[in-house]
Design a protein around this ligand. Structure first.
Ligand code: ZN
Ligand code: ZN
Length: 132
């Protein structure tokens, strides 16, 4: 069992990979619709404006942004940063270049045997050339 402390209400809960408890998560789901409707009418709203006008906390809005539920066009007031290079981003956890880098590295680690075999082959053919 994986007991975590909820990032919102600090209550311990049984985590299935989420950072917030089921209660806060249900509330965030409701808040999502409020924020989404507001952003539909006010596309250039900043995170502070959204929080003020909808009554949804900045913490919840940031949480929803991190989950990639929506984007803010005006991200200037948003304190979201790429987890790898710390560049400001509008949504998610990493910027596009870092995301691509990570997925490339994952592919590399999936096939180390293949590349080692390839290198050994190249080495033996060089040795043969030297012997001749
Ligand atoms: Zn909670
Ligand atoms: Zn990055």
């Amino acid at each position: 069992m994986n007991i975590r402390q909820c990032a919102f209400c600090t209550k311990p809960f049984q985590s299935i990979g989420r950072k917030i408890c089921p209660e806060c998560s249900a509330k965030a789901d409701q808040d999502f619709f409020t924020v989404r409707d507001y952003l539909y009418e006010n596309k250039r709203a900043s995170i502070d404006e959204v929080a003020e006008e909808t009554g949804v906390s900045v913490q919840t809005i940031k949480h929803l942004l991190k989950e990639g539920r929506f984007e803010l066009i005006d991200a200037s007031g948003v304190l979201l940063n790429c987890e790898a290079c710390r560049k400001p981003i509008k949504a998610g956890r990493m910027c596009k270049p870092c995301k691509e880098k990570v997925s490339n590295e994952m592919q590399d680690s999936l096939g180390p045997q293949a590349s080692r075999r390839g290198r050994a082959k190249a080495g033996s053919s060089t040795a043969k050339l030297k012997n001749n």
